[in-house]
Structures are given as structure tokens and as C-alpha cells.
Design a protein around this ligand. Structure first.
Ligand SMILES: *Cc1c(COP(=O)(O)O)cnc(C)c1O
Length: 360
């Protein structure tokens, strides 16, 4: 039986990539060493890291005035590093609140800065992205932060906020490299790797050069983007194996038509699943408004929540794993990142349709 893993993160990786990693595990390209055993300053690993960076630059068409940093500490550390680095003497930053991850970013920023909530989805229980014409932006904000895809609530931006010169900062942990974006519209993009890039332990930051180098002298060295940029992410030992795996994922994307093709596949996958949910006559429900539904994380509930346990048990026996919703929202959640094949989503759709017939 084929197993399909719908975990929100750490999440499914392309099968081909895992096979390649297995083949190269003990002896990388005749070096006689595993990538895990290599010095991060040796020519082999320096080559691996440079290729990973260059492939990511190619995939996202990252302009030359942006640095790509391979960091640790996850997206959570970025919640603090962003205000520490980007306030640049200003006293306030703008944040959009679209759900659980926005809230965490906001709570951390408040330790360092005044935070102006420009818009919040809270009054509608986070089922949509607040309309841009309702946003109350501060013209003096140091930057504007938003979460481009709320992994828990399943709300995704299908548009980019226009900030009129204020640096735009996006937490793209769960939708980076799932679609084409215009990097030049952003001041900073960050993403923990374990959703759509590779194994946990790596966090990627893409930052415009003029925004770095402004920290106060008391900032810890490791929290200064400039240190990492000046040292090509090798100020200390970087997460070498995670960078290697991310590089293999970038090569896999390149071989398969890049982000243009990936985006089309992701649209097809998401449409297939949302259509099945919407066609169930209320047996299943996705609370998110249609225009703001995530292509990556699809939350849905069963009308009769007493069937949740049976649903999950049967899904498991069909090889459909990790469908339980986040503890804060309940119900189900299917994460269908880049590495989830269309057949996986089709198998899930067949299963949920059959289950609804049986129990409807
Ligand atoms: C998973 C996730 C995070 C947290 O990532 P860590 O790497 O665990 O810190 C933050 N933001 C979003 C949108 C996420 O999906």
C-alpha cells in the first residue's frame, strides 16, 4: 500500500529526493564521506551550499541585491530577529493578524517594539484575509509583517500588500516555493524549512541588503543578519545536512518545470480537494472563505464530530496519515505541500467521498 503523509510539518519530502539522499548517504560523489561528516568549510560542502543557494535564487528569481541566509532557530527565532534588525531606530512596526502564526509573531515583536495591528481576522474567527481597503497602516512603521499562509487556519494571501515604500516582511514558512512570487516587492521573506523545503533545523531568510547592518550594539552576534550575510551563513556551523537536503529539493523542482509547473500542480491538487469537500452536502465543511483558501493546508470538519475518530482510523488503514487537525481548531487538516503528489490528493478525495456515502 502506498502511504500518503498529510502532516503539517515536518512534512512529506519528494520520494525521488529521499532515494537520492539514501544513495549518497555513505559516500557523497566519491568523496568517501557522508555529507553529515564533512567540514562546513571544506570544498565539497561549500560547493553543496553554493549550489543550493544558486538554485533557490534561480527558482525564485531573487534579485542580486538580496542576501539568502541559511539559519537555525526556525521561524520562531525570526519573530525576534526581524524587529531586532529591521526597526532601524524606528519605534513601531505594522502587523497583520490572520491567525495563529501572526499572533505568535506579534507577541514576540511586542518585546522589542510598539506593534500596530493594521487589520485582524479575529472578529470573523480567522476565516479570511481582511480586505486591504480596511487596513490602518502607519506611514512611519519600520516594516509591515504578514503571514502569507496560515498553516493552522488554512488562510492564504493570493495577493501581495502594497506598502508604498515600507519594507514588506512575510512569513512564508508554509507556502514558500509553492507558487511564483515577485521577490522585489519584499524587504524580507523567511521560512522554516520543514514544511516545503526539507528537514527541520534550517530556516531560510531572503533579505534586501539595505535592511541589514542596523542593529544596536547590544544585539547578540548570532541575531545580527549582517554577521550571517558577511560570513555566507558560515559564521558558525550551519545545519549542513538540512542545507544539502534543501538543495536536492531545489534540484527536484528545477527538473520538474520549476515554480510555474509546481504552482499549476498545487492549484489542481487544492481544487480537487476543496471541490470534494464542497460537494459533500455539508457532511464536510471548510470554514475558510473561498477566495482566501490555502493551497497548502486544507482544514475541514465533519458535521458529526463524533465520527472524527472513526474517520481517522479508517484513513490510517487506507494509508492516509496525519490528517488530525491542529489541537486549537480540531477536525481535520490535509497539508498538501509540493511533495504531495496529485495521486495522494486523489486517493484522499476517493476516501472522503466513500466515507461520506457510508456515514451520510
Ligand atoms: C511552522 C510555522 C512556524 C514555526 O516554525 P518553527 O520552525 O517551528 O519555528 C511559523 N510560521 C508558520 C507560518 C509556520 O507554518
Amino acid at each position: 500500500m502506498t502511504i500518503y503523509n498529510f502532516s503539517a510539518g515536518p512534512a512529506v519530502l519528494p520520494h525521488e529526493v529521499l532515494q537520492q539522499a539514501r544513495e549518497e548517504l555513505l559516500d557523497w560523489h566519491g568523496s568517501g564521506m557522508s555529507v553529515m561528516e564533512m567540514s562546513h568549510r571544506g570544498k565539497e560542502f561549500m560547493g553543496i551550499a553554493a549550489a543550493a543557494e544558486s538554485d533557490l535564487r534561480g527558482l525564485l528569481a531573487i534579485p542580486t541585491n538580496y542576501k539568502v541566509l541559511f539559519l537555525q532557530g526556525g521561524a520562531h527565532l525570526q519573530f525576534a530577529m526581524i524587529p531586532l534588525n529591521l526597526l532601524r531606530g524606528k519605534s513601531s512596526a505594522d502587523y497583520v493578524n490572520t491567525g495563529e502564526w501572526s499572533k505568535k509573531a506579534i507577541a514576540e515583536a511586542k518585546k522589542f517594539s510598539n506593534v500596530n495591528i493594521v487589520a485582524s481576522g479575529a472578529d470573523k474567527n480567522f476565516i479570511n484575509v481582511p480586505a486591504f481597503d480596511t487596513w490602518q497602516c502607519d506611514p512611519n512603521a519600520a516594516y509591515l509583517h504578514y503571514t502569507s499562509n496560515e498553516t493552522i487556519g488554512g488562510v492564504e494571501f493570493n495577493w501581495v500588500p502594497e506598502t508604498g515604500g515600507i519594507p514588506l516582511v512575510a512569513d512564508m514558512s508554509s507556502n514558500i516555493i509553492s507558487r511564483q512570487i515577485d521577490v522585489s516587492k519584499y524587504g524580507l521573506i523567511y521560512a522554516g524549512a520543514q514544511k516545503n523545503i526539507g528537514p527541520a533545523g534550517l530556516c531560510i531568510v531572503i533579505v534586501r541588503e539595505d535592511l541589514i547592518g542596523h542593529v544596536s550594539p547590544s544585539t547578540p552576534t548570532m541575531l545580527d543578519y549582517k554577521i550571517h550575510a558577511d560570513n555566507e551563513s558560515m559564521y558558525n556551523t550551519p545545519p549542513t545536512y538540512g542545507i544539502y537536503m534543501a538543495g536536492l529539493v531545489f534540484q527536484w523542482l528545477k527538473r520538474n518545470g520549476g515554480l510555474a509547473q509546481m504552482e499549476q500542480t498545487n492549484i489542481s491538487k487544492a481544487n480537487l480537494l476543496y471541490q470534494a469537500i464542497d460537494a459533500s452536502n455539508g457532511f464536510y465543511n471548510c470554514p475558510v472563505v473561498k477566495s482566501d483558501r490555502s493551497r497548502m493546508n486544507v482544514p475541514f470538519t465533519l458535521k458529526d464530530a463524533s465520527l472524527d475518530g472513526e474517520f481517522l482510523k479508517q484513513a490510517d488503514t487506507h494509508g492516509l496519515l496525519q490528517l488530525k487537525g491542529h489541537r486549537s481548531v480540531g477536525g481535520m487538516r490535509a497539508s498538501i505541500y509540493n511533495a504531495m503528489p496529485l495521486e495522494g490528493v486523489q486517493t484522499l478525495v476517493d476516501f472522503i467521498t466513500h466515507f461520506a456515502k457510508q456515514h451520510g
